[in-house]
Design a protein around this ligand. Structure first.
Ligand code: SAM
Length: 263
């Protein structure tokens, strides 16, 4: 039984890290003339309101997008998607990763979005109805495996689990290995939390051993609440598009300056 709902965390520093780099990578990829596939294994509801009851309860966006928006100039694709989302849905709207992808992709590109939670799926399907994209109420790992290699063959998989199922940490290296074997040119992007107790570390060591060329990028920030276990955000990217490493380094500097965190 899934209980995680991303609305409590939308726009927090981890979202800004993940969404900023995702937008950068997609924007680079759509600058080429060939169509692409975007697959998301853990989509969430795609559109959030930072003033709704869930977001106000945690207030996490105050340390996230409210503090870090200045890391992105007006011409950055993440800033542009945020602006478009707010023009369409109101000043406190915030785009989840499926909406970021849908806003940046072109009519010939393909989106496949998996979400298991019944209410989150319903909201996702509704939010995406105006943007295209196929939504699946099924396990995202199984969906991604069944689609690899996709058509079009260029593209990105975003894997953004809630890590509610603790076996995710041990299963992910194997699952990513299978996806990469089936689709060796695909950009495979995993988000993970930096945890105070280090329980994410063995997963990262296994991934780094299997994919030594991949980009591993981490930003640290203060916990959302005293004693909270998450103290940073990580992205592990196989086949990162050109320029992603430099963009990640730029974000490291800006996060460190604005949050006081260092990695
Ligand atoms: N990627 C979204 C974004 O950045 O806007 C946030 C996704 S949230 C961190 C993770 C989502 O995965 C939750 O909505 C949860 O219900 C869903 N989920 C958990 N396990 C899943 C699975 N095995 N397959 C598909 N969705 C799953």
């Amino acid at each position: 039984m899934l209980s995680y709902q991303h609305g409590y965390h939308a726009g927090n520093p981890a979202d800004v890290h993940k969404h900023g780099l995702l937008a950068f990578m997609l924007s680079y990829m759509v600058s080429k003339d060939k169509p692409l596939t975007y697959i998301e294994t853990h989509a969430g509801r795609a559109l959030y309101d930072l003033e709704d009851a869930a977001a106000r309860k945690t207030g996490e966006a105050a340390q996230g997008i409210a503090r870090l928006a200045g890391c992105f100039g007006a011409d950055h694709p993440y800033a542009q998607v945020l602006e478009q989302t707010r023009a369409q849905h109101g000043a406190t709207a915030y785009p989840g990763s499926p909406l970021i992808a849908a806003t940046l992709l072109r009519p010939d590109d393909r989106l496949h979005l998996a979400e298991l939670h019944p209410q989150e799926y319903e909201a996702l399907d509704f939010a995406m109805s105006a943007h295209g994209g196929k939504c699946y109420r099924q396990d995202g790992f199984a969906l991604a495996q069944s689609l690899c290699p996709p058509t079009p063959r260029r593209g990105v998989i975003l894997i953004d689990p809630s890590y509610e199922i603790k076996s995710d940490y041990t299963d992910i290296p194997r699952r990513i290995g299978l996806m990469h074997r089936a689709w060796n040119v695909g950009v495979i992007c995993l988000w993970y939390p930096l945890l105070r107790n280090g329980s994410h570390a063995p997963m990262l060591e296994a991934l780094a051993r299997a994919h030594p060329e991949a980009l591993r990028h981490e930003v640290a920030f203060p916990p959302a609440r005293p004693g909270h276990g998450m103290i940073g955000s990580g992205l592990f990217v196989i086949n990162p598009p050109y320029g992603t490493r430099q963009e990640a380094e730029r974000l490291s500097r800006c996060f460190a300056a604005r949050t006081g965190g260092t990695t």
